[in-house]
Design a protein around this ligand. Structure first.
Ligand SMILES: Nc1ncnc2c1ncn2[C@@H]1O[C@H](COP(=O)(O)OP(=O)(O)O)[C@@H](O)[C@H]1O
Ligand SMILES: Cc1ncc(COP(=O)(O)OP(=O)(O)O)c(N)n1
Length: 274
């Protein structure tokens, strides 16, 4: 049984954050563990409150997990502030964590800040360089490199620029996935590693219920890495998971509702596990 750790914020409505991650990991038939960085009061319409966990208590959670059940992969989502980022980075290095995927969550699609403005530098300098893969969406791409891509070509430029800043300039290895879910007419994603650019041509599924797509994608990638797939294949199968979960068109709540993980389960068991 593979063990996956998610380090993220709680979404009480169950669509994003820790709850989306645990659903994704469980659907992949793996064992889910969680280190919670913040509680959010949110639903399909928006975020109404955030309570950040003390950084020392984040450290205690990480010690409790790593000293007992060592994870095969780690997914990181909402990290809230620079104290939490610094302690997470320190503990991941201390425990020599493997297969780290960072979704650099900054602002929810509904417009609420999930990362303090002061924390972007700590995220960029301390957490991103130790990840095997980082997965910024279009607004996060703009925050990281100044380019707000509107086309596949601009996504390629941005992915290359972030790769250079985060990995090459720090003498580290890793990969960048610029996600195109916020583009108007396609859902293309672009992966950049040390030498190659891969483009995942995705068509946009007609479904307004996309709450938690980024959380789900990064958790599914972590599961696939834990299973021994390379980064390119891990993203490919994670995108298939998202497509199935979107195509099933569950419709909960008055706003942008959650994904249907039960529908994705069918494909996971048939294509990956059998
Ligand atoms: N309507 C959609 N149809 C197909 N894929 C989508 C759709 N919306 C998002 N995606 C995919 O979901 C993943 C998450 O993307 P995105 O929405 O950009 O991230 P975030 O949730 O972090 O803002 C990406 O692989 C993206 O291509
Ligand atoms: C607690 C928490 N973490 C992350 C998010 C953002 O989720 P994401 O899948 O990146 O995107 P949206 O759901 O905001 O479209 C969140 N909302 N809450």
């Amino acid at each position: 049984m593979k063990k996956i750790l998610t380090i993220a914020g709680s979404d009480c409505s169950g669509g994003a954050g820790i709850q989306a991650d645990i659903k994704t990991i469980t659907t992949h038939r793996m064992y889910a563990m969680s280190v919670i960085t913040a509680l959010t009061a949110q639903n399909t319409i928006g975020v109404s409150g955030i309570m950040e966990v003390d950084a020392d208590f984040v450290a205690m959670q990480m010690d409790a997990v790593f000293s007992d059940i060592y994870p095969d992969a780690v997914k990181i989502g909402m990290v809230a502030n620079s104290d939490i980022i610094k302690i997470i980075a320190k503990k991941l290095v201390q425990y020599n964590a493997k297969n780290i995927v960072v979704d650099p969550v900054m602002v929810s699609t509904s417009g609420s800040r999930l990362l303090g403005e002061e924390a972007v530098t700590a995220l960029r300098e301390e957490l991103l360089p130790i990840a095997a893969l980082i997965t910024p969406n279009i607004p996060e791409t703009k925050m990281l490199c100044g380019i707000e891509p509107t086309s596949e070509e601009e996504m390629e430029q941005a992915a290359k620029k972030i790769f250079t800043q985060v990995y090459q300039n720090n003498g580290r290895d890793g990969a960048v996935l610029v996600k195109g879910g916020h583009l108007i007419d396609s859902a293309v994603d672009v992966l950049r590693d040390q030498s190659v650019t891969y483009v995942y041509h995705g068509y946009k599924i007609d479904n307004q219920n996309t709450h938690g797509t980024g959380c789900t994608l990064s958790s599914a990638i972590a599961c696939n890495l834990a299973n021994g797939l390379n980064v390119y294949e891990s993203v490919k199968y994670a995108k298939k998971y998202i497509n199935l979960a979107l195509q099933a068109k569950m419709n909960l709540g008055a706003g942008s509702g959650p994904l249907n993980h039960m529908a994705a389960n069918t494909w996971i068991s048939k294509e990956i596990l059998d």
